[in-house]
Design a protein around this ligand. Structure first.
Ligand SMILES: *Cc1c(COP(=O)(O)O)cnc(C)c1O
Length: 397
């Protein structure tokens, strides 16, 4: 809309853009307006025809597009520096739309061994059924991506950085430089404020907005940002796939974006403080935090990420017993999957998110029975650190 405030003529920080963006169709309301309607009336046949065939139509039928969902998409596109974005009912809705929307029987995909478990299952169990061949490489090795490409056959490189659960990084410049296939990055752990894959030349940046973008554990939402051309292609599949974002969740996504900057600041501060404490504790053998100098890809993290993020993964000096006792002994931190919300969450990947993996796949992903992943929340930093110290005492009592 013409009279919407825009940031086009201002130079502002991304944290400010996150608050200014996504307001078209909102009238004078400052909070996101929920357009709950599943259908919209057309003034004329010509108007109806335009709406039924346009990839950016938001007033025809909500599986095609919806004003609240479009506002969320606009906000993410602006933050990612993209021409556009398309929202989905979940992160996996976005992942499947990208993979099945862009690949066909006979396509070849290169992805990494370090992946969100749902994405891994899609590549391992679903893609082969549709004749899509998938090669898994070590995502931290830039040469491996290039080496796995089959000229003429590889359609897609699918990366995740930082990757679940050990926060391994993919070099975005090197990934983007691979010639031929389209490049997609699952940027969920970084958030749109933490890194911008498209600036490096990657084609699509994708998020589970269920996580930090939604930010309050009350929405299930996904989004993919990129060029108009690619999004139009994905739209053709997505409208039939039917994993479109609900307007209520999209409104939750807009609200989440508006507080993302300040939440990430707190979560990042607690993560960094906790990393320091854990590194000094002999009951912990390894600490993984992208902005800790001990991270094996620290230089890369500093080069391609604006923020270190709110996730931290570490290895206890022990096995299953210590790992289980630790995650069951915290009182402030809660034992739950997911990330990016107000509550600090502890997860035990070997028994939860990655429980379906075979022992050698666990080893490939660098997960042991003593691996603990934490998503730092918004509690007072000292309280979280004290809770972790207490749980360490209990685990090793
Ligand atoms: C959670 C997550 C997904 C899947 O998102 P859903 O919203 O749960 O479908 C994909 N990638 C990463 C990195 C995730 O953390």
């Amino acid at each position: 809309m013409d009279d919407e405030p825009t940031t086009d003529d201002l130079t502002v920080a991304p944290e400010t853009t996150a608050i200014l963006a996504g307001r078209s169709g909102n009238g004078p309301a400052l909070a996101p307006v929920v357009w709950a309607s599943s259908t919209f009336e057309s003034a004329t046949v010509a108007e109806g025809r335009r709406m039924a065939t346009s990839t950016s139509a938001d007033r025809f039928y909500s599986r095609y597009g919806n004003p609240t969902v479009n506002a969320f998409e606009e906000a993410v596109a602006e933050l990612e520096g993209a021409e556009g974005a398309r929202a989905f009912a979940s992160g996996m809705g976005a992942v499947t739309a990208v993979v099945l929307g862009l690949c066909s029987s006979g396509s070849h995909v290169v992805t990494q061994r370090q992946l969100y478990a749902g994405t891994q299952m899609l590549f391992q169990a679903v893609c082969p059924r549709f004749g899509i061949d998938v090669t898994f490489v070590d995502g931290t090795d830039p040469e491996a991506w290039e080496a796995a490409v089959r000229p003429g056959a590889t359609t897609l490189l699918f990366a995740e950085t930082p990757a679940n659960p050990r926060l391994d990084l993919v070099d975005l410049d090197r990934l983007a430089a691979v010639k031929g296939p389209m490049k997609v990055v699952d940027s969920t752990f970084a958030t749109p404020l933490g890194q911008r894959p498209l600036d490096h030349g990657v084609d699509l940046s994708l998020h589970s907005a269920t996580k930090a973008i939604g930010g309050h554990n009350d929405v299930t939402l996904g989004v993919v940002a990129g060029s108009r051309e690619l999004l139009d292609w994905i739209w053709g599949f997505a409208v039939l796939q039917g994993a479109n974002a609900a307007p209520y969740d999209a409104a939750g996504g807009i609200r989440g974006l508006r507080t993302l900057g300040v939440r990430l600041r707190q979560q990042g501060a607690t993560a960094a403080a906790l990393a320091e404490v854990l590194e000094a504790d002999e009951r912990v053998t390894e600490v993984r935090y992208p902005f800790s100098p001990s991270h094996p890809q620290y230089e890369l993290a500093r080069r391609q990420m604006r923020l270190g993020g709110g996730l931290l993964t570490f290895e206890l000096a022990g096995g299953l017993e210590e790992g289980s006792r630790f995650v069951e002994s915290t009182k402030i931190c809660r034992l739950a999957t997911s990330l990016g919300g107000p509550e600090t969450l502890v997860t035990h990947p070997a028994s939860t998110t990655h429980v379906n993996l075979l022992p050698e796949e666990l080893a490939d992903a660098g997960i042991t029975p003593a691996t603990v992943r934490m998503s730092l929340g918004l509690e007072d930093t000292d309280d979280v650190v004290a809770d972790v110290r207490r749980a360490l005492d209990a685990a090793f009592a």
